[in-house]
Design a protein around this ligand. Structure first.
Ligand SMILES: Cc1ncc(COP(=O)(O)O)c(C=O)c1O
Length: 376
């Protein structure tokens, strides 16, 4: 029996021709041919943002930490149910992560308790859009305005998703997107920084170019480029850009495919739900459910048993983030505001196979095996 994979490297084997093209022409590398083509396409979506393609979303978050001049003991509010990069990019500069609990419906930061986490040291709030589902950006934006805080969107999982017609990542002061191999649109490794405030544009390019005014030089504004700021080599590798170009050129069909599979999972698993104790995302969220398909089952024991049961049937299903506030670093460095949703979700979530090569019959097979697990 063929293994049903949780993730896969996508179906854009066409990127091989892009790589062959690069291989044949040094100038295409030098002039960042594919990076520029990607930006042309992306600019149509993120039309008000300055777009910088990076080697990772982690790198893009680190750029934000430099851009907003993070100093030791500055406090950054973020969910605890997120990837380490969300915290580490700021902790690397001495900031203190202040973790806020998530909501059970979207698994996003609970905006109703954010104000309890604010102190005079608070510098920014990070809205991480879990699985591409938008945080309550209206409420979070109001809090940022009230306390004069930066709003950073961690849209690592949210390429192609929108909030009130605006692409996720383009609403806060800064947004980051990941094009890692684990994401639905992938460069194998890559990311993107969206700078949404024009006053940060020039500095963003300097930090991006190892602290030099290379961008001004490229535009013919200065005779030489020189060291003017902090920074690092955050740029996306051109080989990754060649892959990304193929992926974003086919992003509509990728998103369509994943939405269709999500809806299929939803319709089948909803039917079984009365005979089980798992919780499903709301139907409303299917609109933005392309990154993954998850269930929240009754306990960690059941979740782990289900993962093992599916593994036995050649089906790969996974848990997700461990709460950052309970990790060794989080306990040492940060503090936590809220109840126990983060811990409960981390123990009970199970993510099912959903990738660009997943087929409808594989989704049906996964659902059949979940049915068998619950003896329905
Ligand atoms: C919420 C979140 N932020 C940031 C990242 C980091 O992305 P990258 O792997 O592109 O550095 C990830 C990666 O999974 C993530 O899930």
């Amino acid at each position: 029996m063929r293994k049903i994979l949780f993730n896969n490297i996508g179906n854009s084997s066409d990127y091989l021709k892009n790589i062959a093209l690069l291989h044949s022409d040094y100038d295409m590398f030098r002039k960042k041919h594919f990076s520029n083509h990607c930006i042309d396409i992306l600019q149509k979506v993120y039309n008000k943002s300055e777009i910088l393609l990076t080697h990772s979303a982690t790198g893009a978050l680190e750029m934000v930490a430099t851009l907003i001049n993070i100093k030791p003991n500055d406090e950054i509010i973020m969910p605890s149910f997120t990837f380490v990069s969300t915290a580490n990019a700021f902790v690397n500069k001495g900031a203190i992560p202040v973790f806020v609990d998530i909501k059970f419906d979207t698994l996003n930061i609970d905006e109703t308790i954010i104000e309890k986490a604010i102190t005079p040291k608070t510098k920014a709030i990070i809205a991480m859009h879990y699985a591409g589902h938008p945080c309550n950006m209206d409420a979070i934006k109001l809090i940022c305005e009230k306390y004069n805080l930066y709003l950073i969107e961690d849209a690592a999982m949210a390429y192609g998703m929108f909030y009130q017609g605006k692409p996720l990542g383009s609403i806060g002061d800064f947004g980051v997107v990941s094009y890692d191999i684990t994401k639905h649109i992938t460069a194998i490794q890559g990311g993107m920084l969206l700078v949404n405030k024009s006053s940060f544009k020039t500095r963003a390019h300097q930090i991006y170019h190892i602290g030099t005014n290379r961008k001004a030089f490229d535009l013919g504004e200065v005779a030489h480029y020189e060291w003017v700021d902090q920074g690092s080599k955050y740029q996306m590798n051109e080989l990754n850009a060649a892959i990304l170009y193929q992926e974003i050129s086919s992003s509509e069909s990728i998103i369509y495919h994943r939405k269709k599979l999500s809806a299929l999972y939803y319709s089948i698993l909803k039917k079984f739900q009365p005979a089980t104790k798992y919780v499903m995302l709301s139907e409303e969220l299917l609109k933005t459910n392309i990154h993954e398909f998850y269930l929240v089952v009754e306990s960690m024991v059941i979740r782990n048993q289900l993962i093992e049961f599916l593994k036995d049937k050649q089906i790969e299903a996974l848990s997700h983030y461990q709460p950052l506030h309970l990790s060794p670093m989080g306990k040492n460095m940060g503090r936590f505001i809220g109840g126990n949703n983060t811990e409960g979700i981390a123990q009970r979530i199970i993510r099912l196979p959903l990738n660009n090569l997943t087929t409808e019959s594989e989704v049906i097979e996964v659902c059949e095996q979940i049915k068998a697990f619950y003896n329905i």
